[in-house]
Every structure is written in C-alpha cells, then in structure tokens.
Write a protein that binds this ligand. Structure first.
Ligand code: ADP
Ligand code: C5P
Length: 244
C-alpha cells in the first residue's frame, strides 16, 4: 500500500477475492509459422502460473469415410472447415473457470478420435492457437491479447513439407499440391487479412527470443494487475506503483 492505511488494508483483506477471469491470448499466423513453438516458449516462461493451450485444430469438423477418401479435394484452410460454435462454447466454459473436454484431432484420418478427449482445467491463462483464430469476431472478442506469428512463406513451406511427411502421413507431392490449391490461397484470403487485428506481430517465430520475453513480461504485468484489481477493487495500478 503506497498511500493507504493499515486499517483500510485490513478491511480489504477481510472481503473474499472475486473469482478471477483467465487472461486469454490468441496466437495466429500461417501454417508452420511457429505458433505452437511460440506458445510452448510462453508457457515455459510462465511456469509460476497455470496456463493451458487450446488448439483450433481440435475443432476441425471430422470427414466421413467417403469424404476422407477424397481428402485431397477438401479445403482444410477455409473458415468453414472448423466447428467454431463448439470452439466458442468450449472457450466460454474455460473463461467461466469450468473444466472442458477438448476433442483430439487425427491429421492422418482427418477426423476426431471418437472416444478420447483432453481434459482442460480452469487456469490463469488460456492460449488459443490456430491459423484462423482471428477470423471470427466472436472468437477475437474473447481475447485480451492477440499475437500474430509472421514467418516467411518459403520457410513455412519447407517446414510444412518436413512436418507433414514425417508426422502427418503425407507425401511431398500431396503436400505441394494441397499448398498450391488450398493453403496459399486461403492464407492470402483469410489469414493475412486477419493480421490487422494483432496487438503484437512476431517476426521469425520461435527464433525471436526478444519478442517472446517482452510478451511474457507484459502477461506477468497484466496478471499482477488483474490479481490486485480483483482482490482490492479500489486499488488502481499505475505502472509499477499503485494507489488506493
Ligand atoms: P505452427 O504451430 O505454426 O504450425 P510449429 O511451431 O508447429 O508451427 O512449427 C512447425 C514445424 O516447424 C515444426 O516441425 C517445428 O519443429 C518446426 N519449427 C518451428 N519453429 C522452428 C524454428 N525456429 N526453427 C526450426 N524449425 C522450427
Ligand atoms: O499446425 P498448422 O497451423 O499448420 O495446422 C493447420 C494446417 O493443417 C492447415 O493449413 C491445413 O491445411 C492442415 N490440415 C491438413 N489436414 C487436415 C487438417 C488440417 O493438412 N486433416
């Protein structure tokens, strides 16, 4: 208490703290730009807080067996490929500090694992990551901070070829075909235009340690203010000092 009395502090401390709302961070960017890598770096540095990562990929609509046979003709980069209503429901529950079961998506079968879910508990920070998390205004409105990971297209394509052939059961020819038909056009039509909503743009993704450090500092400051403002509603935080 910079300018308050001990009595005022005692009264404030006697009242129970209000349930706090998690701080929600959106992380967007093109395919293989390093979104997940940046999220992992942020989570590692926020080790004193409870942080959960929600992937937009978990909310891909599953293909039927028949559709799956023609998966090469399906546009996984269009906003309609996602069940955004379910994503909103899930994020709403997490914001209300309720645990949720998040689906697990199988990139080889193009559908969700029908019986397994990932249980995500209430937390201080929720990070929502995905190529189109800034596309829908209702999803954007959930976010307290928006980060766009900006990595050159040639580097992203090179990483995507390596990742999809090693981890997602694809061959080089199908990756290149999908990239030209769907991934690049959808990036130009939907992902890149959503960059304007970002508060912070990180060039070079996970290679940019300075940007990640600055973001983590900002989150810690916000979490500190958040805690103080919820517990002591009459306290106003002014930079690093605060007044009653
Ligand atoms: P996104 O979540 O945007 O698709 P990822 O973080 O999963 O991107 O990275 C995509 C691929 O590129 C992964 O195989 C990852 O290991 C690799 N990768 C990510 N960042 C780097 C980097 N800075 N240097 C080298 N490889 C990277
Ligand atoms: O991890 P990343 O952000 O790259 O994941 C999104 C990408 O996954 C999209 O560009 C989409 O083309 C691809 N995808 C796919 N097959 C699926 C679902 C998504 O290739 N079944």
């Amino acid at each position: 208490y910079a300018n308050g009395t001990a009595a005022a502090a005692a009264v404030e401390l006697a009242s129970p703290p209000a349930a706090r709302q998690p701080f929600v961070i959106g992380v967007s960017g093109g395919t293989a730009s390093g979104k997940t890598t940046v999220c992992d770096m942020i989570i590692q540095q926020l080790h004193d807080h409870r942080v959960v990562l929600v992937n937009q990929d978990s909310f891909y609509r599953g293909l039927t067996a028949e559709e799956s046979a023609h998966a090469q003709d399906y546009n996984f980069d269009h906003p309609d490929a996602f069940d955004t209503e379910q994503l909103l429901e899930c994020m709403g529950q997490l914001k209300r500090a309720q645990p949720v079961n998040v689906p697990i998506y199988d990139f080889k079968k193009h559908r969700r694992c029908s019986e397994t879910f990932r249980k995500v508990n209430a937390s201080d920070v929720i990070i929502l990551e995905g190529i189109l998390v800034f596309h829908d205004q209702r999803v954007r409105n959930l976010m307290d901070m928006k980060i766009f990971v900006d990595t050159d297209a040639d580097i992203r394509l090179a990483r995507r070829i390596r990742r999809d052939t090693v981890e997602r059961g694809r061959d080089i020819s199908s990756v290149l075909d999908q990239y030209g038909r769907f991934v690049k056009p959808a990036f130009d039509d939907f992902v890149l235009p959503s960059k304007k909503y970002a508060d912070v743009i990180i060039p070079r993704g996970g290679d940019n340690h300075v940007a990640v450090d600055l973001i983590v500092q900002h989150i810690c400051t916000k979490l500190g203010q958040h805690d103080l403002c919820k517990i002591y509603p009459n306290v106003h935080v002014v930079q690093s000092t605060f007044q009653i």
